[in-house]
Write a protein that binds this ligand. Structure first.
Ligand code: SF4
Length: 161
């Protein structure tokens, strides 16, 4: 049975920057969990960042630019977290490779997990189109990444694997 990588915060794990979760309440996710398909990931905590932690955003680009070395991730105090975010992305990719995962459902807007939109680096609540660092790395290795708003699409993607 094909496994799916899922952001731990969507599964109710209290791993977000503020110590909270972002439970999706999705019946499809619950079904996948019951089937033993779900592999949970929190790239930031897996990379050793604490809970809670300061919010972080990608400055001057998105996850692709971080992978290319032309953008960086900083927290709201200005600390450079780029290495930790790259490490978390790499660990998430290793999980996908270990479990032969081709589909992921990751939390939109996160500088790690966002797949369509992220915050723009101004720490003003403004969003821009773009990927987080983990999503960018997984996409570049052929993993299909969906957000929590696209779980039906993710389910379809699994059915045609
Ligand atoms: Fe959730 Fe991803 Fe942020 Fe971890 S890094 S709290 S899994 S959005």
């Amino acid at each position: 049975m094909d496994k799916v990588l899922v952001s731990a915060c969507l599964l109710g794990k209290q791993v977000r920057y503020d110590g909270g979760a972002k439970s999706s309440g999705s019946k499809i996710l619950a079904q996948w969990q019951a089937e033993g398909r779900v592999v949970a990931v929190c790239p930031e905590v897996d990379a050793g960042l604490p809970i809670p932690r300061a919010t972080a955003e990608i400055i001057a680009g998105d996850g692709d630019d971080v992978l290319a070395g032309s953008a960086r991730v900083v927290d709201r105090h200005g600390e450079n977290l780029t290495a930790a975010f790259l490490s978390g992305a790499s660990l998430a990719l290793q999980l996908c490779q270990r479990h032969d995962i081709k589909v992921a459902v990751l939390t939109e807007h996160s500088p790690s997990c966002g797949s369509t939109e992220i915050y723009d680096g101004s720490f003003s609540g403004t969003k821009r189109l773009g990927t987080g660092v983990t999503s960018a790395l997984l996409l570049s290795h052929g993993v299909q990444v969906f957000s929590q708003y696209e779980i039906v699409e993710a389910q379809r993607a699994i059915q045609v694997l």
